[in-house]
Design a protein around this ligand. Structure first.
Ligand code: ATR
Length: 281
C-alpha cells in the first residue's frame, strides 16, 4: 500500500470518493499514486456514507476540493449540485464533484460532471474515429445511458439492444436511436459493439451477451466488464478478428478525466494504468 502520510499538511488538497460501499474502489490508489507521481500536495480518501445531503454539505464545510461519486448516489447527488454539466444533465448521473471557493466569499460552488462517458469515448476512440461511426450498445442501465449520450456528443450514430424491451425502447427513444430486440441483432452491421450489460462478469465468466457467429458484423468490440479483464465476449471477438477494448480502459480514462478536472493537469496515465492492471491482469 502507498504511504502518503508524510506529505499531509494543513495546505494539502483533500479529495475522496463518496458512496456505499467504497472499500473495494481502486480510485484511492489510482489518484494517490498520480498525485505522488506529479508531486502534487493532495490526498484522496474513501468516504463511505449513508447520508448524501449531509455528506455534500460536510465536504463543503470541511474544505474538500472534489470527490468521485459512486453507487448508489450518482443520481441522488444531483439536487445538491450548484452547477450541472450539460452532458451529465442529459445522462442524469454525476460521478464527479468539483468544489470551488467563491472569490472574496466563504461560499463554495459544487459543480457536477460525468466522466464515465468521457472514459468510454476515449477508450473506443483508440480504435475508431467516433464521428459518423455506427455503434451498437447492448444494455439500458446507467452505464448504457452514459455511453449512449457520450457517443452522441462525439457525433456517432447509436443503436441499442436490451434484454428487457420496454426499458431498451425507452432509452433508445431518449437517445433518438433505433432499438433492436436481442433476436434482431443479426440484422445489425456496425463499426463497433459495446457491451454495457453485466453479462460475463465474475462469477458468470462463461457467459457472453452475443452469439460468436454475429461478431464478424463488428470491427471493434468493447466490454465495460473488467472482472475478468478478458471476458468471454472479448476472447471470442479476438478469435473472430475484431479489435477489442477491455473494461479497464473506460475506468482508466474516466479517472484521468476526473484528475484533470480537479488538478488542471494531465493524469499520469502510465501510473494509473499500472494500479488498475496490477489488480486485474
Ligand atoms: P449499470 O448501472 O451498470 O448499467 P444496471 O442499471 O443494473 O447497471 O443495468 C444492467 C444492464 O445489464 C441492463 O441493461 C440489464 O438488462 P435488463 O434491462 O433486461 O435488466 C442488463 N443485464 C443484466 N443481466 C443480464 C443478462 N443476464 N442478460 C442480458 N442482459 C442483462
Amino acid at each position: 500500500m502507498l504511504d502518503i502520510s508524510h506529505k499531509i499538511t494543513g495546505t494539502t488538497g483533500i479529495f475522496g470518493i463518496i458512496g456505499k460501499p467504497v472499500h473495494h474502489s481502486l480510485s484511492p490508489e489510482m489518484h494517490n499514486a498520480s498525485f505522488l507521481e506529479l508531486g502534487l500536495d493532495c490526498v484522496y480518501v474513501p468516504l463511505p456514507t449513508s447520508h448524501i445531503a449531509e455528506a455534500v454539505a460536510g465536504l463543503k464545510a470541511l474544505g474538500f476540493k472534489g470527490v468521485s461519486v459512486t453507487i448508489p448516489y450518482k443520481q441522488d447527488v444531483i439536487p445538491f449540485v450548484d452547477v450541472l454539466d450539460p452532458v451529465a444533465e442529459k445522462i442524469g448521473a454525476v460521478n464527479t464533484l468539483v468544489i470551488r471557493e467563491e472569490k472574496n466569499s466563504p461560499e463554495k460552488t459544487v459543480s457536477g460532471y460525468n466522466t464515465d462517458w468521457i472514459g468510454a469515448n476515449r477508450a473506443l476512440a483508440e480504435k475508431i474515429g467516433l464521428k459518423g461511426s455506427r455503434i451498437l450498445i447492448m444494455g439500458a442501465g446507467g452505464s448504457a445511458r452514459a455511453i449512449g449520450f457520450g457517443l452522441l456528443e462525439a457525433g456517432a450514430e447509436v443503436m441499442l439492444t436490451n434484454r428487457t424491451e420496454a426499458k431498451g425502447r425507452a432509452l433508445a427513444e431518449q437517445l433518438g436511436s433505433s432499438f433492436f430486440r436481442p433476436g434482431e441483432i443479426g440484422r445489425v452491421k456496425a463499426d463497433a459493439l459495446v457491451n454495457a450489460t453485466s453479462v460475463g462478469m465474475v462469477p458468470d465468466t462463461g457467459k457472453s451477451p452475443l452469439p460468436p457467429v454475429l461478431l464478424p458484423n463488428f470491427s471493434v468490440v468493447m466490454d465495460i466488464v473488467y472482472a475478468p479483464l478478458k471476458t468471454r465476449l472479448l476472447m471470442e471477438a479476438e478469435t473472430a478478428g475484431c479489435e477489442v477494448v477491455d473494461g479497464l480502459k473506460m475506468l482508466l480514462y474516466q479517472g484521468a478525466a476526473q484528475f484533470k478536472l480537479w488538478t488542471g493537469r494531465e493524469a499520469p496515465l502510465a501510473v494509473m494504468r499500472d494500479v488498475l492492471y496490477r489488480r486485474f491482469a
